[in-house]
Design a protein around this ligand. Structure first.
Ligand code: PLP
Length: 216
C-alpha cells in the first residue's frame, strides 16, 4: 500500500493525543517526502550520520527524533537540530547531552530509556537506576536537558499478555513522576497494545514504509 494510505489507516486507529513518529531509518528521501506530503512531520532515525544527511536535505520543519543507541562522542552533531532524544540510557550520556547543549545554547528534550523486555540485548536502564537519576541532586543541576518521560521496547514475542504486562509496568512506574508524561512505546507489531497501556508516542516504521532492507 502507498505510504499516504498506510499513514491514514494507522492514524485512524489512534487517539488524537498520541504522537505518531514515522521511523524512516534506511529509507530514502523520496519515501520520507511521500510521508511528508501526506502531512507527517515527526520522523525517527537510529543512526547519527544518516540522520544528519537527511536533516541537511529534507524540509526544515521536520521534527527529527533520535531513537537509536546514541554514543557520547556523537551527541554534538545532533544537538543543533534534534527534536527529541528517546534513548538516553545512562547518567553519563545525559551529562554529555547537557554539556553539548550548554555549549550550543540549547535545551534538549530527552526520554530515559527503560529496559522492560526479557531479552538481554535491548538497551536501557532498570526502574531503580532511572529513579536514582531523577531523584539525584546532580540531575537537578543539569539545566540544558529536559527529561520529558520514558521510552521502551517490549520483548520480541508473540505473547500479547507479556507485551501488555511490560508496557503496563512502565506506565505504572511513570506515575510517580507526573510531570514526565511522554511515554514512547509501541512499534509496528505492538502499537495497539501500547496505546491501550498508556503510550503517548508510538514509533512505527515497517507498517508505514514497508519492510527494511538491512544491508547498510
Ligand atoms: C526500528 C525501530 C522502530 C520501528 O520498528 P518497526 O517494527 O519497523 O515499526 C521503533 N523503535 C525503535 C527504537 C527502532 O529501532
Amino acid at each position: 500500500m502507498p505510504i499516504a494510505e498506510n499513514l491514514k489507516e494507522i492514524k485512524a486507529g489512534m487517539p488524537g493525543n498520541v504522537v505518531l513518529v514515522a521511523v524512516s531509518k534506511t529509507k530514502h528521501n523520496a519515501l520520507i517526502l511521500e510521508a511528508y506530503e501526506a502531512g507527517q512531520r515527526d520522523f525517527g532515525e537510529n543512526y547519527v550520520q544518516e540522520l544528519i544527511d537527511k536533516y541537511d536535505t529534507l524540509p526544515k520543519d521536520i521534527r527529527w527524533h533520535f531513537i537509536g543507541h546514541l554514543q557520547s562522542n556523537k551527541v554534538k552533531y545532533i544537538v543543533p537540530f534534534v527534536y527529541l532524544i528517546h534513548g538516553v540510557d545512562s547518567l553519563s550520556l545525559l551529562r554529555e547531552i547537557n554539556k553539548q547543549a550548554a555549549k550550543q545554547n540549547k535545551i534538549i528534550d530527552c526520554l530515559l530509556q527503560i529496559h522492560i523486555a526479557s531479552e538481554e540485548t535491548k538497551f536501557g536502564m532498570d526502574f531503580k537506576e532511572a529513579q536514582d537519576i531523577l531523584n539525584s541532586k546532580e540531575f537537578k543541576d543539569l539545566n540544558n536537558v529536559r527529561v520529558k518521560g520514558f521510552m521502551a521496547m517490549a520483548s520480541n514475542t508473540e505473547n500479547q499478555e507479556q507485551i501488555k504486562n511490560e508496557f503496563s509496568a512502565l506506565k505504572n512506574f511513570s506515575l510517580q513522576f507526573p510531570s514526565l508524561d511522554v511515554l514512547s512505546f509501541g512499534m509496528s507489531s505492538d502499537y495497539k497494545i501500547a496505546i491501550e497501556e498508556g503510550s503517548t508516542m508510538v514509533r512505527i516504521g515497517s507498517s508505514i514504509f514497508g519492510d527494511r532492507n538491512y544491508v547498510k
